[in-house]
Design a binder for this molecule. Structure first.
Ligand code: FES
Length: 144
């Protein structure tokens, strides 16, 4: 039921670990299953130059976390914010529909890490506001 890409990223997750003194850090929990993801980014001139994650969660959460890091490494923070959990699932050749909620963890942790970077540096106020809006609009049942 899982694609080969999902299995590959589950068995060999990319960019696992942490970064000392990250420029941005995000920690997101899934309130329903209790799974947890931490994301660390290094940013240089608004480009994500390094990214690491730690996910305490199911196989789908680990595979999607890994794919998120692959997709956004080298992207600007603006471009990275455009990456959605659906794109991540697509890049993994799909996820079973009952596991789609697991992919939200990666999107939210990335958003939280970028938010942390933006508020720490005091740059791109418009992006901070956009993330605030996005969070307000996020449906309460987004996870399940
Ligand atoms: Fe919790 Fe997948 S079951 S993230």
């Amino acid at each position: 039921m899982y694609s080969e890409k999902v299995m590959d990223h589950f068995y060999n997750p990319r960019n696992v670990g942490s970064i000392e003194n990250p420029d941005g850090y995000g920690k997101i929990g899934n309130p329903t299953c209790g799974d947890l993801m931490e994301l660390f980014i290094k940013v240089d001139d608004d480009v994500i130059t390094d990214i690491k994650f730690r996910t305490f969660g199911c196989g789908a959460a680990i595979a999607t976390s890994s794919m998120v890091t692959e997709l956004v490494k080298g992207k600007t923070i603006c471009e990275a914010l455009e990456v959605t959990n659906k794109q991540v699932a697509k890049a993994l050749d799909g996820l079973p529909s009952e596991k789609m909620h697991c992919s939200v963890l990666g999107e939210e942790a990335l958003e939280a890490a970028i938010y942390d970077y933006l508020t720490k540096t005091g740059t791109h106020r418009e992006l901070v506001e956009a993330i605030d809006e996005h969070r307000k609009k996020r449906p309460a049942d987004d996870h399940h």
